[in-house]
Design a protein around this ligand. Structure first.
Ligand SMILES: Nc1ncnc2c1ncn2[C@@H]1O[C@H](COP(=O)(O)OP(=O)(O)OP(=O)(O)O)[C@@H](O)[C@H]1O
Length: 344
């Protein structure tokens, strides 16, 4: 299912006055894609999701799913489209009085499926999310990760084409997050759903998103492939959200460079093949500079290695320029940071 938002506006009237939650938001999600929407609290992410499933009606703009403008639909037509959209919530939203099976059955009961069919579908879904043995448990007897698996099974019950996930792993620990993200990836790979996922976690973007939009004050301020965004975000909002060092970093006091030399503090980001290569080793062999690695991590991004290194390069000015140009040519994104020496 494709989703396309054009010029969407949504405001709310509050005691303190009118709040414009969405101010001309544009977005395009392709079929079969896992699309991340990131933004700080209050940016308008939840309102965006609520407009896509028409829990809210936008004040202006178009919201097209598979080319049909949702804003114009009413009654049975709107219900039909909404059935093709599943929702996964941060706090799972399970009914405490119902068993696991009862929770997954709920949307099937609402759409009036026959009892036999409901039983079969629920069993199939619980098997699929790895909870076949827990059908008769109650939500209070499950871990957070298990509750979210029930939430995902429930969202899939009516065989939707689109899954909207609002901070699906924010209430989970890192290990459980990874397994829930694996499950969402399987939902896309094996069932072919399109997934729109709201998150403020870089781990989510890194693990499963194909493309990402950064939302700020009700608008998309940057959009593009997750791999590019994680290496070279263009906007200040994306840099903040994706955990880039802010302008300057505190470092312990160290000897000053010798006269004629300078020290430059660099943040290096690399994705794919270049992350496997000993770029820094090559650099110090080729250029008369020293490299002091101050921190970093090598991770994986959608299966490819992804690294961030904080490095101090010391040497003569032109040698440093040459070394930085060499890094850029090798496919490394180079950001320069200011040093604040001494204690905080
Ligand atoms: N029903 C409502 N009534 C009044 N104001 C609202 C309503 N829903 C959202 N808002 C306001 O709209 C703005 C955007 O809210 P929204 O919940 O969409 O942001 P968000 O990015 O999802 O933030 P969070 O991550 O905190 O949920 C906020 O200023 C919020 O207070």
């Amino acid at each position: 299912m494709t989703v396309r938002l054009q010029g969407v506006h949504k405001g709310f009237v509050t005691e303190a006055g009118r709040i414009e939650a969405l101010r001309g938001l544009d977005l395009e999600v392709h079929a079969g894609e896992i699309y991340g929407v990131i933004g700080v609290s209050g940016a308008g992410k939840s309102t965006l999701v609520r407009c896509i499933n028409r829990l809210e009606r936008p004040d202006a703009g178009r919201i097209e799913v598979d080319g049909v403008d949702l804003a114009t639909l009413e009654g049975a037509e709107l219900r039909r489209v909404r059935q093709r959209i599943g929702m996964v919530f941060q706090h799972f939203n399970l009914l405490r009085s119902r068993t696991v099976a009862g929770n997954v059955a709920l949307p099937l009961e609402v759409t009036g499926r026959p009892r036999r069919e409901i039983q079969e579908r629920v069993a199939e879904l619980l098997e699929w999310v790895g909870l076949a043995g827990r059908a008769d448990s109650y939500p209070s007897q499950l871990s957070g990760g298990q509750k979210q698996r029930v939430g995902i099974a429930r969202a899939l019950a009516n065989r939707p084409d689109l899954l909207l996930c609002d901070e699906p792993t924010s209430a989970l620990d890192p290990e459980t997050t990874a397994s829930v993200l694996d499950l969402l990836r399987r939902v896309r790979d094996e069932m072919g759903l399109t997934i729109l996922i709201i998150t403020h976690e870089m781990a989510v973007v890194r693990a499963i998103c194909d493309r990402v939009a950064v939302v700020e004050s009700g608008r998309v301020v940057e959009e593009g492939p997750a791999a590019r965004m994680l290496v070279e975000p263009a906007s200040a909002a994306a840099r903040r959200l994706l955990g880039f060092a802010e302008g300057s970093v505190h470092l312990p006091e160290r000897p000053a460079p010798v006269p004629g030399e300078q020290a430059r503090l660099l943040e290096l980001r690399f994705v794919g093949e270049v992350a496997r290569q000993p770029v820094i080793t090559h650099l110090v062999r080729r250029f008369p500079v020293t490299a002091n690695i101050l921190g970093g991590q090598i991770d994986r991004l959608a299966g490819a290695p992804f690294g961030v290194l904080l490095v101090e390069l010391t040497g003569g000015e032109s040698e440093l320029e040459g070394a930085i140009a060499y890094l850029r040519e090798a496919g490394v994104a180079v950001g320069e940071l200011q040093k604040e020496v001494g204690g905080r």
